[in-house]
Design a protein around this ligand. Sequence first.
Ligand code: NAG
Ligand code: NAG
Ligand code: NAG
Length: 764
Amino acid sequence: MRFVEFWKTGHICPLLAMLLQLLLPGVIANRVWNQYIPRLQLSNTELRSKNSLAMFWDNGAEVHGYYEVMLLDEDRGWLLVGGRDHVYMLDSENLNQTIDKIHWPAGREHTERCKHAGKNLLTDCANFVRLLQPFNKTHVFACGTGAYHPKCTYIDLGHNVEEPALRLLSSSVESGRGKCPFSPHEPFTARLTDGDLYAGTSVDFMGNNAAIFRSSVHTTSQHYIRTEAFNDHWLNEPEFVGSYSIPDTHSVDDDKVYFFFKETAVESNQLDKRIYSRVARVCKNDIGGKRSLINRWSTFLKARLVCSVSGSGGMDTHFDELEDIFLLETKDPQNPVIYGVFSTSSSVFRGSAVCVYSMASIRAAFNGPFAHKEGPDYRWVEYKGRIPYPRPGTCPSETYDPLHKSTRDFPDEVMSFMRGHQMMWEPVVPIHRRPLFTQINAPYRLKKLVVDKVDAEDGQYNVLHLGTDDGKVLKVVSIPKENWETEEIILEELSVFQSPILSMEISTKRQALFVSSADAVARLPLQRCELYGKACADCCLARDPYCAWDGTTCTNYFPTNKRRSRRQDVRYGDPWSQCQDLGDVSEEIELKVVYGVEKNSTFLECMPSSPQATVKWIMQQRHSQSTKELLSGEDIILTKRGLLLQRITSLNAGVYSCTAHEHSFSRTLARYELQVIPEEHVTNTRITQHSDPKVGGNYAPSSLSYKDLHLIGVSGLTADEYCEQLWYREKRKQQKLRTLKWKQRSDSSKARVRRQNPPNKPLQ
Ligand SMILES: *[C@@H]1O[C@H](CO)[C@@H](O)[C@H](O)[C@H]1NC(C)=O
Ligand SMILES: *[C@@H]1O[C@H](CO)[C@@H](O)[C@H](O)[C@H]1NC(C)=O
Ligand SMILES: *[C@@H]1O[C@H](CO)[C@@H](O)[C@H](O)[C@H]1NC(C)=O
């Protein structure tokens, strides 16, 4: 499977691409690969030089800051960042403007104990701030790992918006057990709502005792409620990803908190340990049971979250491992849209996917049948027995049933049912029963996402901003098509960091994206429209809902009433409908003369500015009126950089033109006239003497065969590098042939001169 490594972002000789396609799973076979090439690809240096990236890191810190958590205050324009031993307050408009920072280290004795326990001083034994949640108008609730001794307190932001100052309430520091993990590396989630903190975390040094907790923040009471400890039917080695408070009906009694996580699946075969993703929920008014389930959730239920692609022959590709969750608000607070990023557990190939879930499908799973372990082989099956009243998982509500004021009033029958049935039988399936977006064998994994609803000229689009484990940010737009189909386009791929993206926040008010890593925090504008190109067609073809053509440039689109002057077509990307003066520019493209030696090879360069364009070659033979399209074959190879003619004959002489096609739009990029030099004219001329020493007189590849393709694999050269080498060799060769032709001409003219002027007689 060495070939699979070449399958990077599509920069590959098309022939190789064809070969590779045969080796890859069915997922991508029915997708147009072109969609997955980003329209704009920017390195960190390019981003900086285009003023599209601002960075923050703590210059004073001796080790990297580990910026794991961010909290954005849209109204006041502050960005709070939690890092190693510090909390920073940054100006969200100007990141390198640190408004204030507070030092909040771990206690000395805890640092010592942490070191003694064999943990690493730099990477473990510090206070890694992991939670920043708004508490009230002036205070933020913060927790840190405290060198494996978690602690929490409040940070006072003050009343003065003009001169904000951070102040740590040292007197309020409390234990962070059940609120924050011991380890800076343990995946964790927590949500502060109505004065209660709901957290999915472990509560021990080793990280073995993980649970979903609720503890009260505004009282000094130590009271908490949790999932049963060390019981794998409740939770089995969970890794928490996200948590949200979502109302279920108009009654506050029905308010619930939802947890998203992955865990070792108890229902899968014991021998092959599988990871499944889950959604779980608890009632906010759950206070546990009276005789059993004391201080335990009595409404805890969970269901499997499925994100998979059905393949041919019933072979589904499962993206089992949840990486991140984003809740996209809608007008209806009961029905936000849930976006999840998943990755595969497969050791064979690397895949990521984004799946979208409706609250209706999540509720349907919780209202459906329960799962149950039963039968002679003791397997997980659908529970078909009697379900007690009130239905387990229902929140107590006095208005609904005066007998059930709280969970303590639930009948024993309900409590004992809850002890044995946490899992639902039906999984939650994504909208349209498939992922919105998948990436197979990309050089990275998707790790984080935020979603933005963008108003464009032709409707509203959801734009995904995805963070990868190699520090990139992808911008992907999802465009609805007929029959519930959607088309996804990678608009941008931005290299922001070299380490994984740890968190992402979006500011729609400031049209900016904040991303953090272990090393730094970065601010990126949501768009870089001007980089799509200088023409209306480029702007239109990009199909970026953030961008429109304003008559002179491609700029940020703001919906206004002035329709006339803004040109944008996200749905179809059709410049003919949007741009004037497209005309036929092919006549203006210069016709370049190139030379090729008979039986030898030659290369005609043609590279579209948009990597999403497809290129067509048309040829008109010498002394002929008809034209034909050239397709890759035995003697012709179409590559990313141009056309390779492998074995030239006199029939190859003629005019070649290369056109770029994107959606319904096409334009001519290059035109060549190929003149064929008969072989015998070349063989007796010793051009090798003039050749580049680097090439050592060696000529371009005489032919590129399947054997060569195999060699690429063996030599460890990527297809990309191979294509590049090919291209440079051809460039050098053309230069030599030009010299040859010129020499031949000047030789023959010299000969003519010589004939007229005998050599021993000097010229007059
Ligand atoms: C802040 O950033 C701006 C540009 O982004 C730069 O010109 C300026 O020097 C920076 N200031 C500091 C203190 O780093
Ligand atoms: C916010 O909470 C803090 C901490 O409990 C408290 O001291 C402060 O008075 C509260 N502020 C407001 C405006 O309620
Ligand atoms: C291509 O031309 C060079 C120089 O004339 C020659 O050495 C080489 O053998 C040729 N290749 C083929 C396949 O004719």
